[in-house]
Design a protein around this ligand. Structure first.
Ligand code: PNW
Length: 489
């Protein structure tokens, strides 16, 4: 009441409307976040003062230097060099040359005001053949990177596996081989232990779903396999087991207080309409649609419907393995690009997935449907269903058909539109108490977009791949402003 009177009185004195004045909200930073005088009515959508604004990259997509410092080949070297597998035959041989240019790129991050940066370690830089003796030169690179980030006041977040399996391990069956899970845990424990005086947050794997499905079922990503249901389900089991073993191995080597999680592109089940029956359907769908990934990691069991659907193709596993898979996590990282729309249904599942009509709007990548409310529902449901207390959006961003103007500018208004709308929905969740503690924009730089090569650009910094010149896009200006205001408008 007092607030209302104060607002009105103030508004009268200032000659504006009460609604145009944004008063501090408990627990939220307002410094530098107040609406400019020209702003139209409405509250400023602020984030908590300790919210971590960041960006994300992955080793093979940015580093280049594939033959340097003792690095061994990974499945992505093999795949990208196989004719016909990638757009234009593009490879990550040079990519953004981040291996040599990370210091300059960190200055760009600093200029944007980033508080954190997510990178991944290339397994075959640390263990060139996947197991055996470590390569100290490989580790040196990540030490230097972490040092340079810390010096710039940027917290490093480290992913241990972003799809670049050492080729030697693929030659022995890759994730189909039970031993790969153990090899991953050994590598992850060793590497995290070495970096943990500098890195406080580790993620075991990035997007188990994508490398299992796109790499080993569809064959569009490395290693390019098209496994049947039975082999794929067993491979999937070795992947989640590798994650669980790695969680334990990391905890055994890192400094106290180090946090361990993962980064998963959950099916972000989103009610088609926000009514009780569709919301209930989205809850059910979250568990089923993520059954062999985040659900089994959280619950230590495959859902009944998942096992029933697979029937005799269901994976073989032991009770001990299921305990390992559900090793408790300190945080869950969620990569969100698009929602999965769900409606209530009278079927056994209790919901139905609604495929997008062909007219559904998408970004430059045909799969990247624009559905900002997915970033509201995804973390909210993960929090409600599994009581997860600490989450990060470990990836969110968009591809655009970017072009440099003759004056050397990139006006990526579509990416700005995408980010503004997703961040607005993220703020909606955070302001309601969904415990998302930070946001990593994918990506800082245009980079090697896997099978799409260099055609699909996701950066907020434009990269001329012929000269390696970096040019901030309009979206970089937008993001810098979001960070400075700690608010989206
Ligand atoms: C993620 N899909 O991949 C990866 O983690 C990044 O390495 C990648 O560059 C980024 O998103 C943009 O693509 C995905 O088809 C690839 O839904 C494909 C899909 C989702 C994520």
């Amino acid at each position: 009441m007092l607030n209302n009177i104060t607002r009105r009185t103030l508004a009268r004195i200032l000659g504006g409307s009460a609604a145009a004045l944004s008063l501090p909200r408990v627990g939220f930073a307002t410094e530098g976040a107040s609406a400019p005088s020209t702003h139209s009515a409405g509250t400023t959508r602020t984030f908590p003062s300790d919210f971590l604004w960041g960006s994300a990259t992955a080793s093979y997509q940015v580093e280049g230097a594939v033959h340097e410092a003792g690095r061994g080949p990974s499945i992505w070297d093999t795949f990208s060099h196989t004719p016909g597998k990638t757009h234009n035959g593009d490879t990550g041989d040079v990519a953004d040359d981040f291996f040599h240019r990370y210091k300059e790129d960190i200055q760009i991050m600093k200029g944007l005001g980033l508080k954190t940066f997510r990178f991944s370690v290339s397994w075959s830089r640390i263990f060139p053949t996947g197991t055996g003796s470590p390569n100290p030169q490989g580790l040196d690179f990540y030490h230097h990177l972490a040092d340079a980030l810390l010096e710039a006041g940027i917290q490093p977040f480290c992913t241990l596996y972003h799809w670049d399996l050492p080729q030697t391990l693929q030659d022995k069956g890759g994730w189909e081989n039970h031993d790969t899970s153990k090899a991953f845990a050994d590598y992850a424990g060793y590497t995290a232990g070495k970096l943990s005086d500098k890195v406080r947050h580790f993620m075991t794997m990035n997007e188990m779903r994508t490398f299992v499905d796109v790499g080993n079922r569809e064959g569009r990503h490395a290693p390019g396999l098209k496994l049947d249901d039975k082999r794929l389900a067993q491979l999937n089991h070795h992947v989640v087991l590798g994650h669980g073993l790695a969680v334990r191995a990391i905890r055994a080597t890192v400094k106290p207080g180090t946090k361990v999680g993962l980064a998963e592109n959950i099916s972000a089940t989103t009610p088609v309409v926000e009514s009780p029956e569709h919301i209930e359907a989205a809850h059910k769908a979250l568990r089923e649609e993520n059954a062999s990934f985040l659900t089994v990691v959280q619950e230590g069991r495959y859902t009944d419907l998942y096992l029933k659907r697979l029937g005799e193709n269901a994976p073989r596993f032991t009770a001990e393995e299921m305990e390992i898979i559900r090793s408790p996590l300190d945080f869950v990282g969620i990569n969100i690009y698009q929602p999965m729309y769900v409606r209530a249904d009278n079927s056994e599942k209790g919901y139905a997935v609604v495929p997008p009509p062909s007219s559904y709007p998408h970004m430059f990548s045909p799969w990247l449907n624009v559905g900002p409310e997915g970033i509201y529902w995804g973390p909210k449901l993960v929090h409600e269903v599994w009581k997860v207390k600490e989450m990060y959006i470990t990836e969110n961003g968009a591809s655009s058909n970017d072009h440099l103007t003759p004056e050397g500018k990139v006006y990526d208004t579509d990416r700005v539109m995408f980010l503004r709308n997703y961040l607005t929905q993220l703020q909606r969740g955070v302001s309601e108490g969904v415990p998302v503690k930070g946001y990593f924009l994918w990506s800082l730089l245009d980079n090697y977009e896997w099978a799409d090569g260099y055609e699909k650009r996701f950066g907020i910094i434009y990269v001329d791949f012929a000269t390696q010149q970096r040019t901030p896009k309009l979206s970089a200006e937008f993001y810098k402003q979001v960070i400075a205001k700690n608010a989206v408008s």
